[in-house]
Design a protein around this ligand. Structure first.
Ligand SMILES: NCc1[nH]cc(CCC(=O)O)c1CC(=O)O
Ligand SMILES: [Zn+2]
Ligand SMILES: [Zn+2]
Length: 329
């Protein structure tokens, strides 16, 4: 005789009952789409390492984003790609009023009033050395001016109309400085602060660095991004950033760091938890599908559903346009 408590399959025999077995399901409003904005206003440049993604010029945004908004796109996060300009040690062009990010924010606000617009905040796309902060002469991070500069850039994106600023630089103390800067500018109640709190020094950022030309010219980012083994540091960074005024906590990369997502959901239980399925994860899912290891769509769902199961409610992913279609089918 089978013990009644050993029978589980009765609970998931049908697609509807299977859906009831998940606490949360992927919905369109969970998706935030990362897009690359070139300083060439007419660009629609294909990138070989990020399948299907392009560097877009400001003039192309209407035709690119319009159909996605019609399909239910709720939010985007913008990355500036300065292709033509001169970079300097302090990343002066990060908040150039005529630069790609500020122009794109204004344009998108005007074109798509319902779209939630976040801006990634970092200096590495704009610094001559390619690091995320301002450096001492010996090449190490000089924290106070880095934090001041990052906060200045964030406030300028918010002033341009960003609904959310998301610092990915990993400088200590930047959340507090940005929050204070937003408050001082009268934007404390108008702009969401999403912290890349638990951002690890990962091999999975390669395609992104090619896309935005932000690879460091020397060294690596291991003195500011977290060591992949450092569960404790991640928890402390999450605690610190919630205490410093972050509205949303992010974990990045996502799939190899599901335990950190789960920790974040406990440590910051009263905050929305975001995770970033980064460029290398996206490339891996595509590469495996091309090699015949699995079906692309099935695997894309499995990765993102794992993140949701771990505790994420916001997913930054290059699969967003695909999910908007797949979720309709
Ligand atoms: N601060 C830069 C930044 N912002 C987002 C990503 C990664 C995004 C991706 O790989 O998709 C990176 C790369 C890095 O830190 O080197
Ligand atoms: Zn950076
Ligand atoms: Zn960044």
């Amino acid at each position: 005789m089978t013990d009644i408590s050993s029978i589980l399959q009765g609970g998931y025999q049908h697609p509807v009952s299977r859906a009831w077995q998940s606490k949360r399901q992927l919905t369109k409003s969970m998706l935030m789409y990362p897009i690359f904005i070139s300083d060439d206003p007419d660009a629609e440049e294909v990138m070989t390492t990020l399948p299907g993604q392009r560097r877009w010029g400001v003039n192309k945004l209407e035709n690119f984003i319009g159909p996605l908004v019609k399909k239910g796109l709720a939010s985007v996060i913008l990355f500036g790609v300065p292709m033509k300009v001169q970079k300097d040690p302090r990343g002066t062009l990060a908040d150039d009023p005529e630069g790609p990010v500020i122009l794109a924010v204004k344009k998108l606000r005007e074109l798509f009033p319902s779209l939630f617009i976040a801006c990634d905040v970092c200096l590495c796309e704009y610094t001559s050395h390619g690091h995320c902060g301002i450096l001492h002469d010996d090449g190490t991070i000089n924290t106070p001016p880095s934090v001041a500069r990052i906060a200045e850039v964030a406030v300028n994106y918010a002033k341009a109309g960003a609904h959310c600023v998301a610092p990915s630089d990993m400088m200590d103390g930047r959340i507090k400085a940005i929050k204070q800067g937003l408050i001082d500018a009268g934007l404390g109640n108008k702009c969401t602060l999403m912290s890349y709190s638990a951002k690890f020094a990962s091999s999975l950022y390669g395609p992104f660095r090619d896309a935005v030309l932000s690879a460091p010219s020397f060294g690596d980012r291991k003195c500011y991004q977290l060591p992949p083994t450092a569960k404790g540091l991640a928890r402390r960074a999450i605690q610190r950033d919630t205490a410093e005024g972050a509205d949303i906590i992010m974990v990045k990369p996502a799939l190899p760091y599901l335990d950190i997502i789960s920790d974040a959901a406990q440590v910051a239980a009263d905050h929305p938890i975001a995770c970033y399925q980064v460029s290398g994860e996206f490339a891996m899912v595509h590469a495996g599908a091309r090699a015949g290891v699995y079906d692309l769509r099935t695997m894309a769902f499995e990765t993102v559903e794992s993140m949701i199961r771990a505790g994420a409610t916001i997913i930054l992913t290059y699969f967003t346009p695909d999910f908007l279609d797949w979720l309709d089918q």
